[in-house]
Write a protein that binds this ligand. Structure first.
Ligand SMILES: Cc1cc2nc3c(=O)[nH]c(=O)nc-3n(C[C@H](O)[C@H](O)[C@H](O)COP(=O)(O)OP(=O)(O)OC[C@H]3O[C@@H](n4cnc5c(N)ncnc54)[C@H](O)[C@@H]3O)c2cc1C
Length: 336
């Protein structure tokens, strides 16, 4: 089975294309842009302690010389990603309600010669025997690509002793990936990440709010991570500005609730991917164009557009459509 999803053909208004970028350069540009706007950026420091306070929250940071310094702020935004600084220091963590999974990934000089391969698109593959194992191939400019595999740790670790060996064996097991990447040369060690999903009981508190992965991370499957991170920052920035002016901000209603709504849409899609409903929908090729556009919209990142029925009632719609596509739900779970 093969299916092509074109994000330009979608329900919601907005961009239908994006950039496939290497993180190092992307992060560097973000830092340079923030600096150009007047932000001070300190590299090589680690936040080690935090005291919440409505007026004067205070954190402590450790520099490379081992020196600890207190820093009092008027408001703190935690964007520490997998560092999960405030979640750990304030014990905000909670069960992410997703099975722990593992990812093995690397960057390669891909040497893809196949003229039918479209470098402007991301290729997603599924393991021929283990249907819950999936692959990504994200081509960059300059002939490089990011190649990763995600699945349960037991199956992934059974592929060999070292991350390189596991990754290579898995790439070779998927016929399209094996053919495309037969001349590929890894240009950095294969990274291995396990149990990456995370969640917190709250995304804000006295004098602070959590952005991006410092709050919640679902799964790499629809590349929702950077979308959610940018969305959270975009939502928080004007609220911080208002708060610093002395105006009241209701962080629960103005920040957490609307942000969580889109995250829950992505969660419904992630759940539906792993329990087989979404693959049944995607590989069923006879949908009306209007339905395709609604699904394409969410996969393109428009998870906050409640005019889209696959946003406002994501779980119910996905379940119904999957059943119409012939998906038989597992006996134990009620996925609605
Ligand atoms: C296997 C995998 C593949 C992925 N692929 C994609 C993809 O293709 N597309 C996509 O959009 N997303 C992808 N993601 C998700 C994406 O990487 C994240 O969602 C995104 O980076 C989150 O951004 P962030 O700013 O919240 O955190 P991060 O990008 O993690 O940034 C956190 C920053 O905080 C700093 N920090 C951490 N701890 C401390 C501390 N104690 N003190 C000071 N600073 C600290 C770190 O050094 C870092 O600079 C993937 C995730 C995984 C696990």
């Amino acid at each position: 089975h093969e299916a092509v999803i074109d994000f330009r053909d979608k329900f919601s208004d907005g961009w239908g294309t994006t950039y496939q970028v290497e993180r190092a350069g992307f992060d560097q540009r973000l830092v340079e842009a923030a600096t150009a706007q007047g932000a001070r950026v300190d590299f090589g420091v680690t936040v080690t302690a935090f005291r919440p306070d409505t007026q004067r929250p205070c954190l402590t940071y450790l520099d490379e010389d081992g020196q600890e310094t207190p820093l009092t702020a008027r408001f703190v935004l935690d964007a520490s990603g997998y560092g999960r600084v405030l979640a750990r220091l304030l014990a905000l963590g909670r069960d992410p309600r997703l099975e722990p999974r593992m990812a093995l990934f690397s960057h390669v000089e891909d040497h893809i010669h196949d003229p039918t391969f479209d470098r402007d698109k991301i290729l997603i593959g599924v393991h021929p025997e283990h249907a819950s194992l999936w692959y990504w191939l994200i081509p960059f400019s300059h002939g490089r690509a990011s190649v990763g595999v995600v699945g349960d740790a037991e199956t992934l670790t059974a592929q060999g002793n070292a991350a390189e060996q596991r990754w290579q064996r898995l790439v070779d097991a998927e016929p399209r990936f094996r053919a495309l990447l037969r001349d590929a040369r890894p240009i950095r060690p294969v990274a291995s990440l396990q149990g990456y999903s995370a969640d917190v009981t709250r995304l804000h508190g006295p004098g602070y709010a959590l952005l991006g992965n410092a709050g919640e991370f679902l799964d790499p499957v629809f590349s929702s991570g950077v979308t959610i991170a940018l969305r959270s920052a975009h939502q928080a920035a004007p609220l911080v500005e208002r708060q610093l002016r002395g105006d009241g901000v209701d962080w629960q209603h103005e920040f957490e609730r609307p942000l969580r709504q889109g995250i829950e849409t992505f969660r419904a899609f992630v759940d539906a991917w792993y329990d087989g409903r979404l693959p049944a929908i995607i590989f069923h090729d006879a949908h009306p164009a209007s339905l395709k556009r609604m699904i394409s919209s969410v996969l393109a990142g428009y998870a906050w557009d409640t005019a889209n029925p696959f946003v406002s009632a994501a779980r119910r719609r996905l379940t119904t459509l999957a059943e119409l596509c012939g998906h038989v739900p597992a006996a134990s779970g009620d996925s609605t």
